[in-house]
Design a protein around this ligand. Structure first.
Ligand SMILES: NC(=O)C1=CN([C@@H]2O[C@H](COP(=O)(O)OP(=O)(O)OC[C@H]3O[C@@H](n4cnc5c(N)ncnc54)[C@H](OP(=O)(O)O)[C@@H]3O)[C@@H](O)[C@H]2O)C=CC1
Ligand SMILES: CC(C)(CO)C(=O)C(=O)O
Length: 291
């Protein structure tokens, strides 16, 4: 299979080196055209060179795009300007949600949701935490279509363990909830995930979770607020030493994904005729604390 990994971020680089490890043909699509025609990624003390390719693409290609939520609309726009050849698909991976995303997803799009952890240190990619992943069709009307067997098998070999998920949106809502229940609090208290237990956030977390559950149900997804808060506590314990991705973004003066997490909940709740004040307050506070 031909693979095109979008960007040289943490998750994309991790996938690129692992696809290469199992013998797949992998190129990289950088954001700008004026780069050298190879890109180097260092992994486990090996220097790997990848060819560079931009759209349009001539041959069937599997696109792997692990990008920030705020880059998704622009990326889908790029794809629309350069339609992919028959037999191609696009695998998207990002935290949070966009308004109207079902209508802007190409028919061949899949979501890849992961609990693996990775970060970049210059050209080096570090696989910081082993996890598992879920793959499913992005468009709700395709959710129950059969799984693309070869694509699934290659992704599973590259970065196990992969689960096929006809209910990928349920998985995405769950991940969104966990991020909403942890990330903004780490920014506000400027602390590691594990240090959150020293702060009195239980009531706030419950309100955040209740608001998420209301909206999820409004959109046809069943979640339980008590279970979400318990799950968030478990994640906090298991990642006690980590700085959340949102706190890292704030410290490194990068844009955060808050607009697509608690911001998404607040805006969508208003649009659905109710308010989500706990999510709204976290959204506003993180915006104040970031660049
Ligand atoms: N890192 C992790 O461990 C995990 C991350 N996630 C989520 O996955 C997503 C990706 O995370 P991560 O890899 O850390 O993010 P990064 O910011 O490290 O990587 C994103 C990459 O995509 C590039 N990019 C964005 N749009 C385009 C485009 N149109 N063309 C070419 N390149 C593009 C960016 O380029 P540029 O540098 O120019 O912006 C950057 O290199 C996020 O939503 C994150 O929350 C989820 C689980 C774990
Ligand atoms: C689960 C958590 C909070 C782990 O740090 C995470 O996904 C993040 O930092 O974005």
């Amino acid at each position: 299979m031909h693979w095109l990994v979008v960007g040289t971020g943490a998750v994309g680089s991790l996938m690129a080196v692992n696809l290469r490890r199992i013998g797949e043909h992998v190129s990289i699509k950088p954001r700008v055209t004026a780069t050298p025609n190879t890109i180097e990624i260092i992994h486990a003390a090996h220097n790997l060179e990848f060819g560079v390719q931009q759209f349009p693409i001539e041959q069937p290609t599997q696109i792997f795009a692990a990008i920030k939520a705020y880059d998704v609309a622009h990326f889908l726009d790029e794809l629309q300007q350069a339609p992919l050849p028959e037999g191609s698909s696009v695998i998207l991976s990002y935290n949070g949600m966009l308004e109207n995303e079902n209508s802007i997803m190409p028919a061949s799009a899949l979501h890849w949701v992961t609990t693996h952890g990775a970060y970049k240190n210059g050209k080096e990619v570090v696989h910081a935490g082993l996890g598992e992943s879920w793959l499913g069709w992005a468009r709700v009307e395709h959710a129950s279509s059969s799984r693309p067997a070869e694509l699934f098998s290659v992704l599973n070999n590259a970065l196990p363990l992969l689960n096929w998920s006809p209910a990928i949106n349920q998985r995405r809502w769950y991940k969104l909830a966990i991020n909403c229940l942890i990330n903004p609090f780490t920014v506000i208290h400027n602390c590691r995930n594990g240090e959150l237990i020293q702060h009195n956030i239980a009531d706030q977390q419950h309100q955040v979770a209740e608001e998420i559950c209301w909206l999820a149900e409004h959109q046809g997804i069943q979640l339980n607020a008590d279970n979400l808060v318990e799950s968030a506590k478990r994640v906090i314990k298991n990642t006690a030493n980590n700085y959340s991705s949102m706190l890292m973004d704030v410290r490194q003066q990068r844009r955060t994904e808050i607009d697509y997490l608690n911001g998404f909940i607040a805006r969508q709740s208003t649009a659905a005729g109710t308010e989500a004040p706990a999510n709204e307050a976290l959204w506003r506070r993180v915006l104040e604390l970031s660049v």
